[in-house]
Each structure stands twice: as structure tokens, then as C-alpha cells.
Design a protein. Structure first.
Length: 202
């Protein structure tokens, strides 16, 4: 069984989402003998944003030499994703949504003909055979009915985008209110870590 572990926080060892995603992976490692883990750090090794040249290359245009390495990195990202049975993602909230580093990764894995296709019924996801677990960390509170609920574009976006490629039920483990104060932070992190070590075995 293969697990792909991705982090995207830019604050290294201070990161809450990194701490929680590592705890999820630790739990699954301990519960799954022989689990093969591939790790990708999108902050230390960022992918470039898509350009017109990327799209042209995808349509069959010969890429400039300078783009070839980047296209190979994109293929590696897609191959890792397609090969994974389980994906564990660290997703901090930056300005109400995911970090741009994580968006750049999503732009490499949401590809027609690979992870979705258009058919008679519209879009059809092709990556539904994966289990996806997402560690979210947010400075404030965005729960249903809260004043900021309409500003939540981490969980709502990721739920939609994974659903689009066929992953209908991603699991979210969230640490909320971590910037409200030290007490809130401690409680939120402890709760998320508890949820992390309780995820169902593979
Ligand atoms: C650049 C930046 C933007 C942020 N924007 C928001 C925000 O819009 N809403 C929020 O609730 N918290 C925001 N925060 C707080 C983070 O969501 C919080 O610190 C969280 O722990 C980030 O995850 P990380 O610790 O894994 O990096 C922001 C933090 C940073 C560094």
C-alpha cells in the first residue's frame, strides 16, 4: 500500500498543519505493515505556476528546453498521486484559502484524461479509488453559522476539487482558532492530534 504525504505550510517546524499531517502518517504507518510513504514538501520544493507554455506543451507543442525539467516535475507529481492509495495533505489557511504552493500542486493533478474526463453526463472523476485525509489549520473560526463562515475556502475548496476528480469523501481533521490565543491554540492542536492518532487503519 502506498501513501503520499504532502505539506504546504511555509512556517516549517512552527506549522500546525505539518504537525497534524505527520501524526496522521505516523498513525497509519504504525497500523499498516509495509506501508510505503512518499513525502513531498511544496514549500521547500515549490512547483511553478502553470503558464501558456505548459498548456501548449500539454496540447502537443514541442517545449522549450527550459520548460522540460519543469514538465518532468509535473509528470512526477501526477505519477505520485496516481500511484497513491492514501493521500495525507497538510493544508493551512492563508488569506482564507490554501497556500499558492498547494494550488500549484492541484493544478498539476487535476488534468483531463488523467484524473477526470468529460462524458455524456458532464465531468467524471477518475481518481475515486483513493483515501484522502486533510489536516487543516486555521487562525480563526469558520464553523457553520459563525460570522466568518462565508470566508472559508480551504475545506470547501478542497472538498469540491477532490470530489471533482472522484474522491467523494475526503476526511478533514482541523485545528481552528490557533491565532486566537495560546489557550485556544493548545486546545485546537491537542484535539487535532487526538483525531489524527484515531484515524481508521488502512
Ligand atoms: C500569510 C498568512 C495568512 C493567513 N491568513 C489567515 C486567514 O485568512 N484566516 C485565518 O483564520 N488565519 C489565517 N492565518 C493563520 C493561519 O491559518 C494559522 O497560523 C495556521 O496555523 C496556518 O497553518 P500552519 O501553522 O500549518 O502554517 C494566516 C497565516 C499566514 C502566515
Amino acid at each position: 500500500m502506498k501513501l503520499l504525504h504532502i505539506d504546504s505550510s511555509v512556517v516549517g517546524s512552527h506549522s500546525v498543519s505539518r504537525q497534524v499531517s505527520a501524526a496522521i502518517v505516523g498513525r497509519l504507518r504504525q497500523a499498516t505493515p509495509g506501508l510505503e510513504v512518499v513525502y513531498r514538501d511544496l514549500a521547500s520544493t515549490p512547483l511553478s505556476h502553470l503558464s501558456g507554455a505548459h498548456l501548449a506543451a500539454a496540447q502537443g507543442a514541442a517545449p522549450e528546453a527550459a520548460l522540460q525539467q519543469d514538465l518532468a516535475a509535473g509528470r512526477a507529481v501526477m505519477d505520485e498521486f496516481l500511484a497513491a492509495d492514501i493521500v495525507v495533505l497538510g493544508a493551512p489557511m492563508y488569506n482564507f484559502t490554501i497556500p499558492s504552493q498547494l494550488k500549484a500542486w492541484i493544478d498539476r493533478i487535476v488534468v483531463a484524461g488523467k484524473t477526470f474526463k468529460y462524458g455524456a453526463q458532464g465531468a467524471e472523476g477518475l481518481a475515486g479509488n483513493k483515501r484522502v485525509i486533510i489536516a487543516v489549520s486555521r487562525g480563526g473560526f469558520y464553523g457553520a453559522g459563525s460570522p466568518a463562515a462565508a470566508g472559508e475556502y480551504v475545506e470547501s475548496y478542497l472538498r469540491w476539487v477532490f470530489g471533482f476528480i472522484g474522491v467523494k469523501n475526503p476526511k478533514f481533521i482541523s485545528a481552528d482558532g490557533v491565532q486566537v490565543g495560546p489557550e485556544h491554540r493548545e486546545k485546537a492542536v491537542a484535539g487535532a492530534l487526538q483525531a489524527a492518532i484515531s484515524v481508521a487503519a488502512a
